[in-house]
Design a protein around this ligand. Sequence first.
Ligand code: DGL
Length: 279
Amino acid sequence: MISQVPVAKTASLPVGIFDSGVGGLTVAAAIRQRMPREQLLYIGDLARQPYGTKSPQTVVRYALKAADFLVRRGIKALVVACNTASAVALEPIAARFPGLPVIGVVEAGAAGAALASSHGRIVVAATEGTCRSGAYERAIARRRAGAHVICTPCPLFVALAEEGLTDGPIVEAVARHYLGPLLDHAAATDCLVLGCTHFPLLAPALGRLAGPDVRLVDCAEATAGLLAEALSSGLAAPAGAVGGLTLIATDAPDRFARIASVLFPSMGGIPPVELADLF
Ligand code: DGL
C-alpha cells in the first residue's frame, strides 16, 4: 500500500528529472533545448546504479526514493529519464503523488518507434529489466498493432557510457556482440530503438552498425514534447524566466561532473554537482 503525498505545484518550481547516472542527461539536454526557460533539478543515483540488472521490486523502491527526494525539494512535474524505472515504477510514483505530472521515457520511445518504423520490424536495445518487463512490446502494440518487436538486453552499454567511452573499437565490438546477429539476420529490421537513456551516447557507433536503412529512435525529444504538453496548462515557466540546471548525485559527484562535461559539451558548462543521500 503506497501512502499518498500531496504536491503543491507552481510554474516557478523546477522540473524534476532522475536516472541512475549520466544517461538521463540525454533527456535533460533535449528539454533544455525545447524549453530553455525551465529550471531543471536532476538527480543521478550513482550509488545504486546500474538499475537495469536489479529486480523490479528494487527498481520501484529506488525510483520512489528519488521521486520523494525531488518532491521534497519542490518540483512541478517529474520526468523519469530512465527506461528501466519507467517500465516498472510509473504507476507507483503516480499513485504516491496524485496530481503531479509524471512523464516516462518508454511511452515516448514507443511513440517514436511507431512513427519511424516503415514496416513494423522493430528492435529495441535496452537493459535487462526493461526487456524483462515487456513494457516496450506493450507500448508499441498500443500504437501499432501487428508490429514485430524484439527487445534485446545490452547491459554493457550503460557501463561504457558511464565511463565516457562512447565510440571506437571497444564500443563497436560490444555493439556487434549484442546487436550484430539480430541486425544481420533480420534484414527486414527497419527501426532500432535506443531503449535506455544511456544508449544515445553511443548513437554514432550503433548507427554505423545498423546501416542507413535502419532508423535510430531516441526517446529524448519525444519526452521533451510530452513534458511541454503537460506544462502547457499553466505550469510553464513564464516569459522572461531564466532557465538553469541543478545537478545532484548520490555518490561520486566529481566523477559525475567530469563525465557529464565530457559527454555534454553542448550543455554549456556543467555546474558543480551536489552530493545527496536518498535514505
Ligand atoms: N538509463 C537507464 C535506462 O534508461 C538505466 C541504466 C542502468 O542503470 O542500468 O534504463
